[in-house]
Design a protein around this ligand. Structure first.
Ligand SMILES: Nc1nc2c(ncn2[C@@H]2O[C@H](COP(=O)(O)OP(=O)(O)OP(=O)(O)O)[C@@H](O)[C@H]2O)c(=O)[nH]1
Length: 312
């Protein structure tokens, strides 16, 4: 689920071109170096490039380093970039003010190459460790898919985005059929292996940008499909059902087939003003319930889904 770690990116924000040149030369071996000569340009670049580390001049014309840092800290997308303040003010008070503002470190001017490199190295290492921890916190330990915590965050963001742009959002609940009987018959370890295989199938079927498969709990999974019409979602549900069946995992005690199958509840909607994520999940859950009641091993689209939106 996790993309390969990107190369380290270091952004220098300083209104003095000579300082930028000097700092760039000092840190260029340690990552890709970008620079901006004003706070506003620096924020713009940070938004586009998501640097691991920002070397931020405190005393700049216009927006000073503290103001830039405040905006960085406030923006959830930028908060993970570590800021090292660079300043000619080397009093203990100035140093404390930098750290209190949320910077991870402080580099005094005049610049010393060895000190700059050591600090940058340390914080790039810490950033890499934090990125690994962040990924683990979002991951389900058994299947490697995203966990429910991460899904809850993403679905809220996507729901709001789809409402803003009036696009249909697709939600898929997948529940492995008669899984208690599978565990009873084949044991918990084979049960775990089965869940991993189903998870892999879901992951394979959610590779387009913005698509996301997560473990929702126990033997239940959820897939989020941006900009997906009810008709396209119904096709996806049928396809997924067939793919899970085609894994051919024997399940002699199952009611729908002699192999592992899944029931799938689908909901695709353009979120209305008074809609909620919970409302969509509830609709998908009701559809899943109907799939179970109708004999399992099938996908069912929630009743109220709109169908007059362009095809995906
Ligand atoms: N092996 C394994 N089993 C799990 C895991 N999480 C949940 N389960 C089992 O999944 C089973 C789910 O059972 P039920 O909720 O009764 O549903 P079901 O047997 O799949 O029946 P239907 O959903 O009606 O088809 C329970 O026996 C749980 O113990 C897991 O991580 N590993």
């Amino acid at each position: 689920m996790t993309a390969a770690l990107p190369e380290n990116t270091i952004l220098i924000i300083d209104d003095n071109v000579d300082t930028i040149r000097l700092l760039s030369a000092m840190v260029r071996e340690q990552g890709r170096v970008l620079f901006a000569t004003s706070g506003a340009a620096g924020l713009e670049l940070a938004r586009l490039q998501r640097p691991q580390l920002i070397l931020l001049d405190v005393e700049m014309q216009g927006m000073d380093g503290f103001a830039v840092n405040e905006q960085l800290r406030r923006d959830p997308d930028l908060r993970s970039s570590a800021v090292i303040f660079v300043t000619a003010q080397s009093s203990p008070e100035a140093e404390i003010a930098c750290l209190d503002a949320g910077a991870v470190d402080f580099i005094p001017k005049p610049l010393n190459a060895a000190v700059v490199q050591a600090r940058v190295r340390t914080h790039l290492r810490l950033q890499a460790a934090l990125a690994v921890l962040g990924d683990l916190a979002n991951q389900d330990g058994l299947t490697g898919l995203y966990n429910r915590r991460y899904f809850d965050r993403q679905v809220a963001t996507e729901f709001a985005r789809h409402r803003r742009h009036q696009l249909p959002l697709g939600l898929v609940l997948v529940d492995v059929d008669d899984f208690k009987l599978f565990n009873d018959r084949y044991g918990h370890q084979r049960g775990d292996a089965c869940l991993r295989e189903v998870a892999e199938t879901l992951q394979d079927g959610a590779r387009r940008p913005g698509e996301l498969a997560a473990r929702y709990g126990g033997e239940e999974f959820v897939v989020l499909l941006p900009n997906t019409t009810p008709a396209a979602l119904a096709r996806y549900g049928d396809w997924l059902c067939r793919r899970i069946g085609a894994l051919g995992i024997p399940h002699a005690a199952a009611s729908a087939a002699p192999h592992v199958t899944a029931s799938i509840g689908l909901c695709a909607r353009i979120p209305a003003e008074n809609d909620t994520v919970q409302g969509m999940l509830h609709a998908a859950d009701m559809a899943l319930y109907r799939a179970k009641r109708a004999g399992r091993n099938r996908s069912v689209l929630a009743d109220e889904s709109v169908s007059d939106v362009p095809a995906r």
